[in-house]
Structure formats: C-alpha cells, structure tokens
Design a protein around this ligand. Structure first.
Ligand code: IVH
Length: 682
C-alpha cells in the first residue's frame, strides 16, 4: 500500500478499532456466544498490518497495544486514594442474621433495607484509575494503603477497557477508580498446569495463586500468556457530570455501561430471606461457573446508609462475605514434623499424602501444639478428615480410627531441638520452646519473615539458606551489603540472577516505618500493631525513646511509657515492645541495618481529630442515625461522649423528644445543637 492511501486507511483503522471493541464487549460483557475468536483475530491481524505500514496512526491506548512496553526492573509503589478494605465473613445463615441485626440496630428503627448480592470471586483485588476515559494506572491492593503499579500487566487483560471512549456512552466520568478482581478461569488453570507439568515446573495450587503469580511477572508479554479475566465490583472517587449513583446496584449498572464485565448473577434482594435464596441458587450453579468463587458478597444497597454504617478496622460494616461451607477430604498423615518458629516456639506440622480439597492441593497443615494432637487422638499413619474453606488454612478435623492397622505411631515432642540440640523447655500455656537465642532455625525463619516484609522476592528460603551456609550473611542486616561479585561466584548463580538480586535489594532499602517495625519480628507485633505504633510515633527514634523511659510508678508496666495510651495496644504488646527495645542486641541490630543503608521512613502521625478536647452529651432520638453511630463518629473525631450535662460539656446534641438534659443545658448555658447542626459539624 502506498502512503498516498493514508486518507482512505485512517477511517478503516478507526472502523476496525471500533468493531474490535464492539466484539470485545459482546464477548466479555454480554457473554455473547456468537462471537468467534476467528473473526476477532482476523480483524486484529488486519489492523496490525495496516499499522505497520502507517505507524503515524498508532495509539498507545488502542486495543491492539495491550501487550506493549518493555519488561520492568521492579514494580513501583502507589498510594491508594482511599484504603482498599477487606470483608468480614459469615460462615452460616445465623451469622448472616446477626450481621443484619447489627445493621438494623445501627441504622435505628426497623426500616426496610435493600441488599445487593454478587458473587465473591477468588482472584486478586486490583484498582484501575481512569482519567478522562483513559486507563492511567492499575495497581494491586498491597496492604490496602499502598499497592504496586502493575498497569502494563493489567493492560494485557482483554476484559479491562483501556479506554472508556466509544462504548456508546458519550458522557464518561472525568475521573473514576474501578475496583475489581483479576481472575483466571478454571479451564485456563488446567491448561497452564498441564503445560507446567510437561516442562517440569511447579504446578499452581489454585486459580488465585495463578492469577497473583501472573500479575507479578515483570515482563507484560509473560503476563499476557496467562489469559486473565477481570470482573469489576466497586467504584471509588467518582467525578462526573450529572447525578452520581445513589445505590451500589446503580454503580454496577454504570460499570457495565462503561464497558466492564460485572458478575452476571448480581441481584437486589428486599430482605434476608431473598438473600438466602440467592446464596442457595448460586451454590447450585457454582461448580459449573467458569471462575473460582468462595462465596457471595452482600451489601446494603443504599450508599447513604453505607456511609452512615461506616467502617470498623479493616472492613466495612455495610458489607459481609457469606462463605460457602468448607470442603472436606480424607488423606493419610505420613509424618509429623517440627517447625521452630522465629520466636522459638515448636509447632508440629502434619505431612499428608497430597490431596485435592476446595480447589487446591493440600500437603501439610499445622497441628498447632501437642494438646491439639492429643485432643484429636492423632497418630502418625492415621487416615484423617481435613477441611478447607476458601483461603482458610487447611485443618485436621477428625481421625478415622476404624481405618487403623495397628502400625500407627504415637507422636512425641522432641526433648532436644532438632536444629541446635538445645534442651526444649515447656513455655507459657501449651507451648514448647527452644530457648537458644541463637538457634539457626529461629534465625532462618526470621530471615524468611524479614525478606517477605521487605518484599525482597528474589530471596526465597532456599537462597537464604544457601547464602547463610556459604557465609555470605549471618543476619538480616547483612543482606544489604551483599555484592554482585559475592553471588555470581556461587555455583548455579549466573551474572544475570546475581544482578537481579542486588537490584531488588537496593530498591527495597527504603521502607515505611510500619513495615520496618513489622519486619523486626517483635513478639505480638504483626502488621496492624506495627502500623498503630508507626502512626502514633511517626519516627523510630520517638518509639525507642518512649519504650526505654523508666517506669514512673515503679510498680506497673502501664506507667512505663506512652505506648500504653495507644488504642488497640494491650499489656502483652506493651511488655514485648518495651522488652524488645530495652535489649542491647536488638538496638545493635537496628543500628547495623541503618549503617547498611536501610531507611525506616517517617510516617505521618495520626492527626488529632477535629473534636479533640470537646465533650458531647446526646439526648432525644436522632432520626438519621442511631445513638451508637453518633457516639462512634464523635469518638472517631477525637471527642468524648458524656452521660450528664455539666459546665464542662461543649455541646448537647438534641434529637426528637429530648429529656431533662436539654433543660439542664439551657440552665447552664451549654450550647445546644439540633440534629441538622450536628450532622453539619460532622
Ligand atoms: S467488594 C470492602 N465484591 O474479596 C472490600 N469484593 O475479602 C470488598 N472480592 O479484597 C470489595 N469478589 O478482592 C467485593 N464481588 C466482590 C468481590 C470481592 C471478590 C474480594 C476482594 C476483596 C476481598 C475481601
């Protein structure tokens, strides 16, 4: 074709793009069976050929450019505009009813509430940001606050629109964040595992792991090979002309209009009875549904009511995930081995003949402690019933004693640590502990924990052990002084892999204070507690100073420090945090980390609320929210709610039919707020 054909070619390119987009929608959104791959492929091929001759009409956001871009060195962190939350689970209809009772109590009165039901996909949560109709960023959930930018990989998913233009909606939002689940179909997983088996690679245990693994590929071409899909389920930070959706069901309708696949079963239910009908109906369809699911998500449909109900901890109160009952299977316990944890506690672990349960292959499960083994009456060689629900860790629930042969062996806790030979001690409650502070097993587990919190993915357990055995590292701080030359000299490590390891370590030296504290492995300090501490103190120095302050009362730990005043932190955490930071070895380890270039980044201290220092009294009935919600909102903003009116009260909030508190407030000259005024200052 000659260049002079350009005038004729450009409209053909545009038409082809529009037709390809239409076919894509028909296939992914309408589930139209009459769209064949052949037609789609043929049109795409023609478009590609035209663009090779006429590169001036190329467009980075056009559908044929889904798999573009070079492999990345690493993923960049992105802060979510609003936190990506989790869901509370309900494992029975009774728990669902309890959830509804709480919802109705909090909303006040016995009002009718519509619920929206949709399938809970078992994949990976992702966030997609569109500005002026163009996909500008796609990210993983991460810890809910900060995720990783995986735009290039998400663009390879055909069911994610790259551009909202041209779908018959003239008025797409100026700005929209779409949240949903990246999923892999059961069929694709089967094919992928067949291929992996042939090539001698490890098999994926379930569709969720396969989806997550695919999106973690630094090379988008590899991610594309996995043929992932996407289902949208939520909208955030919407900026658009005209009226915004007032119900979650309308958000779903908007998502569909904008070109996103949504759960085809979703439905509005007028009461819990209808919700249960939905759950039972989908339970029948579920085995044949092409994607992995682990339950049904139920939400209060009205968005204003959602706002009133708010969020508690990590999960909204207006939503709940109903989880289908666990699946059970039988297998044989081939052995019980001991795992020495990073705090020295010995945990028995059952090793099974690998078996399939709830969609994934299970080969081991923790038995927690000796008491648990005795309670189950479990012996090595026993046939057992194991249970697994969705993403819950499998557990042994029963021993099938009738299948015993007499050859089964009783399990005994070892007297000496199998790793360092130190005599095992009986610790708190039911725990057995290896008391040796330098036990290599503890150290190994600690290293694994440390690199996983620092997200140094290149250093898996095997590599860590190898580095230790070769004397390249003695503790976690040494990781940061590793050199490429040290690694590439080791057998089976080439120049390229050494380079990748060093590059990744280098890129992870800066870490938010919350993760730094979590990585330290302080007893009882997990991800959430570490965040609470980091948000309270802001810097490591302030936390260390507070933890090492001498006791004020001399009698109770509570007098020790400011740590005690942090919400959610109890005496056990207080003790372990103060013990940790008063141990010279730990302080030296932190110094070594800092010397080796690790930077625990300052965190913004939680702001004092707008109501800090203000005391409220509530009287009468509020029409738009229950008293409990009003109380929570005040406390959430730093205020206090008192039972009686005095001169120290800043505001009395008066609903309908206020009691004597209203009169007292008038007498004392305390400011009285109507419900409307109260809502305004909220
Ligand atoms: S709603 C508040 N809807 O479930 C956050 N989540 O257990 C929940 N999920 O991280 C968003 N299907 O990845 C919602 N239809 C659905 C879902 C869904 C799967 C996942 C999501 C979330 C997790 C929470």
């Amino acid at each position: 074709m000659k260049k002079s054909d350009a005038k004729r070619i450009q409209p053909r390119i545009q038409k082809l793009r529009a037709e390809i987009a239409r076919l894509r929608d028909a296939y992914h959104i309408e589930n139209a069976p009459n769209v064949t791959d052949d037609i789609y492929d043929s049109l795409t091929r023609e478009l590609k050929m035209l663009l090779e001759d006429y590169p001036e009409f190329d467009d980075i956001n056009a559908p044929e450019n889904r798999i573009a871009g070079k492999p990345l060195d690493k993923f960049i962190k992105v802060k979510h505009e609003s936190r990506m939350l989790s869901l509370n689970d309900a494992f029975s209809y009774k728990e669902l009813q309890d959830w509804e009772k709480r919802v109705k109590k909090l909303l006040g009165g016995d009002r009718q509430v519509n619920y929206f039901c949709e399938v809970k996909f078992d994949g990976l949560a992702v966030s997609l940001v569109y500005e002026k109709g163009q996909l500008i960023r796609g990210a993983t959930r991460g810890d809910g606050f900060v995720g990783e930018n995986i735009t290039q990989n998400l663009k390879t998913i055909e069911s994610i629109p790259i551009s909202l233009i041209g779908r018959g909606v003239n008025d797409f939002p100026d700005y929209i964040e779409v949240r949903g689940e990246a999923v892999l179909s059961k069929k694709t997983l089967e094919e992928l595992n067949k291929k992996n088996e042939k090539e001698g690679k490890t098999l994926f245990a379930n569709t969720r792991n396969a989806a997550a693994g695919s999106l973690r590929q630094l090379d988008p071409a590899l991610a594309a090979e996995r043929r992932l899909d996407f289902f949208a389920y939520d909208i955030k930070n919407l900026v658009m002309n005209g009226a915004k959706p007032k119900n979650h069901s309308v958000e779903h309708a908007l998502l569909k209009e904008l070109g996103f696949p949504v759960d085809p079963h979703d439905a509005i239910c007028k009461n819990l009875k209808e919700v249960i009908v939905f759950i039972k109906k989908f339970e029948k369809i579920r085995p044949d549904f092409p994607y992995g699911t682990d339950g049904v998500v139920i939400s209060v449909d009205n968005l204003d009511l959602q706002e009133t109900l708010g969020i508690i901890g990590k999960a909204p109160r207006f939503m709940v995930a109903f989880k289908y009952p666990a699946e059970r299977a039988t297998t044989v316990v081939e052995d019980i081995i001991i795992n020495v944890g990073r705090t020295g506690v010995l945990t028995p672990l059952a090793i099974f003949t690998p078996t399939l349960v709830a969609g994934s292959t299970v080969s081991k499960a923790t038995l927690h402690n000796l008491d648990q083994i005795e309670r189950l009456g479990l012996k090595i060689g026993d046939t057992v019933v194991i249970e697994k629900a969705g993403d819950v860790i499998p557990k042994v629930v029963e021993v099938l004693v009738g299948l015993r042969t007499g050859k089964e062996k009783k399990f005994k806790m070892p007297e000496f640590c199998s790793v360092c030979g130190t005599k095992i001690e009986k610790g708190d409650l039911v725990a057995y502990i290896c008391p040796n502070k330098k036990c290599p097993a503890k150290n190994e587990r600690y290293l694994e924990h440390f690199v996983s919190v620092f997200e140094i993915y290149e250093l898996g357990p095997k590599i860590l052990r190898r580095f230790k055995d070769e004397g390249l590292i003695t503790d976690a701080a040494d990781i940061f002084t590793l050199l490429k030359a040290d690694i590439e000299l080791l057998e089976r490590f080439g120049e390229k892999s050494a380079e990748n390891i060093i590059k990744e370590i280098e890129s992870k030296k800066k870490i938010p204070l919350s993760r730094f504290l979590w990585a330290l492995g302080i007893l009882h300090v997990g991800e959430e507690t570490a965040r609470d501490l980091a948000e309270h103190f802001g810097t490591l120095k302030k936390l260390i100073t507070s933890a090492s302050l001498p006791a004020q009362t001399g009698t109770t730990l509570a007098g020790l420090s400011e740590i005690d005043s942090i919400e959610n932190i109890g005496p056990a955490v207080l003790k372990s945090v103060t013990d940790f930071f008063n141990d010279k070895n730990n302080l030296n380890f932190i110094k070594k980390l800092e010397k080796n270039g690790v930077v625990a980044q300052k965190m913004e201290r939680k702001k004092r609320g707008r109501f800090t220092g203000l005391n409220f009294v509530l009287t009468g009935t509020l029409s738009n929210m229950s008293r409990e919600i009003a109380k929570e909102k005040i406390i959430g903003l730093g205020g206090k709610v008192m039972g009686s009116v005095s001169k120290n009260i800043s505001y009395v909030v008066a609903g309908v039919d206020p009691g004597s508190k209203f009169n007292t407030a008038q007498k004392l000259g305390v400011k009285i707020l109507s419900e409307k005024e109260f809502v305004k200052i909220l």
